[in-house]
Design a protein. Structure first.
Length: 157
């Protein structure tokens, strides 16, 4: 069970994963050793999956973000599962693919990509079509971003 203190610890870690146990403890009103134990428990439960550095894609030479929507068709359930496993493996190896979501609706997949420019986007779309066997895709280029976060507010129990 995640209580209010755990939720506050998660909030603080999502804002700064390098915050010390002492700093977190002071903010939530418990000792550093108690924070350490709670964080370890959250890691063991899988609530905290990993710690990452949030980087600026523009400074890394990938200023262009886009969302690619496509439909993947298969003849039957077995074919569908095999097709998706193959696509997952291919997408995991593609560094310009930032996210991929299987979705309900008109399309099968929504893919977020980060590339250096329009030419790289065009090349990536061609590779994605080859990987998926999908001859058609719809691409939306991001003009500006108003909110982009990996922060998740833990649900109250």
């Amino acid at each position: 069970m995640i209580d209010a203190i755990d939720r506050k610890i998660l909030e603080l870690l999502q804002n700064d994963a390098r915050a010390t146990n002492a700093v977190i403890g002071k903010a939530v009103g418990i000792t550093a050793s108690s924070v350490f134990e709670r964080v370890k428990k959250l890691e063991r439960k899988g609530v905290i999956k990993r710690y990452i550095a949030v980087v600026d894609p523009e400074l890394l030479g990938k200023p262009l973000a886009a969302f690619i929507r496509l439909t993947v068709e298969s003849k039957n359930d077995r074919s569908f599962e095999a097709t998706y496993r193959r696509i997952q493996e291919a997408f995991m190896a593609e560094p310009d693919i930032v996210e991929c979501h299987s979705v309900a609706g008109a399309e099968s997949l929504i893919i977020k990509v980060r590339v250096a420019g329009p030419k790289r986007l065009e090349e990536l779309i061609a590779r994605i079509r080859d990987m998926t066997g999908s001859p058609h895709s719809v691409t939306n280029v991001v003009l500006s971003t108003y909110k982009e976060a990996s922060y998740v507010e833990p649900a109250a129990e």
